[in-house]
Design a protein. Sequence first.
Length: 249
Amino acid sequence: MKDIKEIKDYQIVLLGIIIALGVIFSTWVLSHAIVSYQKLQNQALTVTGSASQEITSDIAVWKAYYEVRSKDLKSGYAKINTDKSNVTTFLVANGIKETDIKYTPVSSYPVYKKLGNGYESNEIDGYRLSQNVQVSSSNVDAITKISQDTSKLINKNVELTSNMVEYYVSNLDELKIKMLAEATKDAKLRAKSMVESTGGRIGAMNSAKMGVFQIVAKDSTDVSDYGIYNTSARDKKINAVVNATFTIK
């Protein structure tokens, strides 16, 4: 009976060892599977793709203002209305449509006499009147020429101050979509080149994030973290950037 009992005890111990080894092996297999899965999940590559295109502005905006100084408002308004008429005639004669010309309301300010100590008195010495004019047109050549010929208005006693011409692109939204698509393609090509050189291949794109959008002068190398929209150059270059992440197979 004693021998039988010892055999049973031995069998119990052996069974316990087998169960323990099974648990250890199962744990190892499970942990190995988890590690392998995590490694697989971490096999991704993030690359930056870019695209650029040269464009010519098709919209030009010219802004200016003119001033009148007068002893009284009546004569001041008469003079500024004459100046407005001269400005309109000048613009139309240079190929601008009247519908493209916008005027702001006239602003008028009293000018006070100076005291001996340099301070202003309460006595009005006259008035200063001013008016802004803005022209926005697809006739870019005409507006560029106008900005260079404002001396003709000054010769007509129009006290005009002209700003620099601003150049814009009318189909910018369409160009953005096109450039971002090209930048994404470039990112995929870069990822493919990097991975295939090590014997791997890329899978699906996990994510894509648009970078800054730069519109700079044609020969400019300017870059800003916040993006650029250059309006002083007629000939421009659009730069688009995309950061894309791809799985690796």
